[in-house]
Design a protein around this ligand. Structure first.
Ligand SMILES: Cc1cc2nc3c(=O)[nH]c(=O)nc-3n(C[C@H](O)[C@H](O)[C@H](O)COP(=O)(O)OP(=O)(O)OC[C@H]3O[C@@H](n4cnc5c(N)ncnc54)[C@H](O)[C@@H]3O)c2cc1C
Length: 473
């Protein structure tokens, strides 16, 4: 629903006082939306300004991955293109890379800060919030009474309760992103997006990395060929990934970590490293908020519980972003932030429709998916037809020497509507949007088949899979 149709059909309660707690991505979207709809908005967040994505999430991780990928490509990929270079003097200047990343994120944070402080509908207060009651909060020295509030306080790394973890070698993603002198060896616990991206960053720069993951297969909802192909391709880039290992305990020996694990067959495995990066998920950041005073309840896993309107157990308080325990990705945090900001102002809140969330892992090669997979369709008894093609059958991938990858598309077998896609390979994080658009616009395999694609491009892979599904080839 567009903003214009929204203000025509929904009753906006003007001059409600809205408190937005947390100025990360979800909070900034909530504050701007509420301000645009005529509310008086107070946005409170302690320094530093910017939130996770800018300061220690999406942006800094990609800023460091890019030089690592280029460095690795120069060292290993040039000969594939018939190029040669004496790379013996090639050097990765980690402090320079980290400084470059720091100045870039500072610029981004400053720009986000400027856009908030110049928004006349928002009063920004650089202080943490503690709720005093269901409709009041302490913000620095000020006691604020609000009509509605949006909690968007984000998340912090989750460290599992495994015996023997020591602060001497315990690392989180925050530590990797500021590290100017890399350790010689690192164990990465968890083969999710953060573990694989940062594990590859370290490995490509010469650190001896071992990724340890309890799941086997890596992701059972993903097509076997895509999931296994992806993990194998990342392994081939120089990152060892051990699936199906349950970590039992840690020991410390001369300041180094010893990890003890067992395989699914019960066999003991041991790893030793200078650091252990815990990429084992994130938990809601709710410390100091006094949610009990606000009458806001938590889920059993420690996130803020919300209904389909993003309302908490206190109907005057909404929540958005990582703090809700929903998928911790930026596109969902901003979408939910926008909806929570709207719903805080409207007399009758809008149901937050479930949209397909495209997600990616920015390794080399990339992994991406959107909508539902065949496995998910089958578990929901949705009849589907599928198409699949490896990049090795794609002209552009062949001439680029980037044949590692594959795309699978899932469509409803009766309506022929496109329902989902999963892929890995060069450019997957961008290419997946073709499928995201198709799903959002309700395209069928037949309507998509009419779209001409430029030849030779990586995007043609979609057309070829669709040709196969429609029998056009
Ligand atoms: C290493 C890493 C890489 C990532 N890469 C990607 C990626 O490539 N793509 C992607 O989609 N997602 C990525 N993410 C996830 C993404 O960054 C988050 O999902 C998103 O930024 C969450 O936004 P948020 O607004 O919910 O929380 P945040 O951005 O964390 O904002 C919360 C804000 O609340 C403030 N706050 C906390 N407590 C209080 C309080 N008591 N009072 C007031 N304010 C408070 C905090 O200071 C902070 O500013 C990555 C995450 C990490 C860790």
């Amino acid at each position: 629903m567009s903003f214009l149709s929204l203000v025509r059909t929904e009753v906006v309660v003007n001059k409600r006082r809205i408190l937005v707690v947390g100025a990360g991505s979800a909070g900034r979207y909530a504050a701007r939306q509420a301000g645009r709809l005529g509310a008086e908005v107070v946005l409170a967040s302690p320094p530093p300004f910017g939130g996770l994505c800018i300061l220690s999430g999406c942006m800094p991780s990609k800023a460091l991955l890019r030089p690592a990928h280029v460095y690795h490509f120069i060292k290993t990929g040039l000969s594939d293109l018939g190029l040669s270079l004496d790379t013996s003097s090639l050097r990765a200047d980690i402090p320079a890379m980290v400084s470059m990343k720091d100045s870039m994120i500072q610029e981004m944070a400053d720009s986000a800060h400027q856009s908030i402080i110049h928004d006349s509908a928002i009063r920004f207060v650089p202080e943490p919030v503690r709720f005093l009651s269901k409709d009041s909060a302490q913000i620095g020295q000020e006691v604020l009474h609000f009509d509605r509030a949006v909690i968007a306080t984000g998340s912090t790394p989750r460290i599992p309760a495994i015996p023997g973890i020591s602060p001497d070698w315990r690392w989180t993603s925050d530590d990797v992103l500021v590290c100017r002198e890399l350790p010689k060896s690192v164990i990465v616990m968890g083969a999710g997006p953060i573990g694989l991206e940062l594990g590859q960053y370290l490995a490509m720069l010469g650190v001896a990395v071992e990724v340890v993951e309890i799941l086997h297969p890596w992701n059972r909802s993903i097509d076997k060929r895509i999931g296994e192909g992806y993990i194998e391709a990342v392994r081939k880039s120089g990152l060892p990934i051990h699936l199906g290992l349950a970590v039992q305990k840690f020991d410390t020996l001369k300041g180094r970590a010893i990890l003890h694990a067992t395989t699914r067959e019960g066999e003991a495995r041991r790893f030793e490293a200078d650091r252990v990066l815990f990429a084992t998920g994130r938990r809601a950041a709710v410390e100091g908020l006094d949610l009990e005073a606000a009458q806001v309840k938590m889920t059993p896993s420690g996130a803020i519980s919300v209904d389909p309107y993003l309302r908490t157990s206190n109907p005057h308080i909404f929540a958005a972003g990582d703090v809700t325990g929903h998928l911790p990705v930026l596109n969902l945090a901003t979408y939910h932030g926008e909806m929570a900001g709207k719903n805080a102002v409207l007399e009758h809140p809008l149901l937050v429709e479930e949209r397909p969330v495209p997600i990616s892992i920015f390794t080399e090669p990339e992994f991406a998916r959107v909508g539902i997979t065949e496995w998910e369709a089958r578990t929901r008894a949705i009849p589907v037809m599928t198409g699949y093609l490896p990049f090795s059958d794609l002209g552009r991938a062949i001439v680029n020497r980037q044949t590692e990858g594959a795309l699978k598309i899932v469509a409803h077998s009766t309506t022929r509507e496109i329902l989902g896609a999963e892929m890995f390979g060069a450019g997957a994080a961008d290419l997946i949007h073709l499928m995201g658009v198709a799903i959002a616009l309700g395209a069928t395999v037949d309507s998509y088949q009419r779209i001409l694609h430029i030849h030779p491009t990586m995007a043609e892979i979609v057309r070829y899979v669709i040709d196969e599904m429609t029998g056009a080839l």
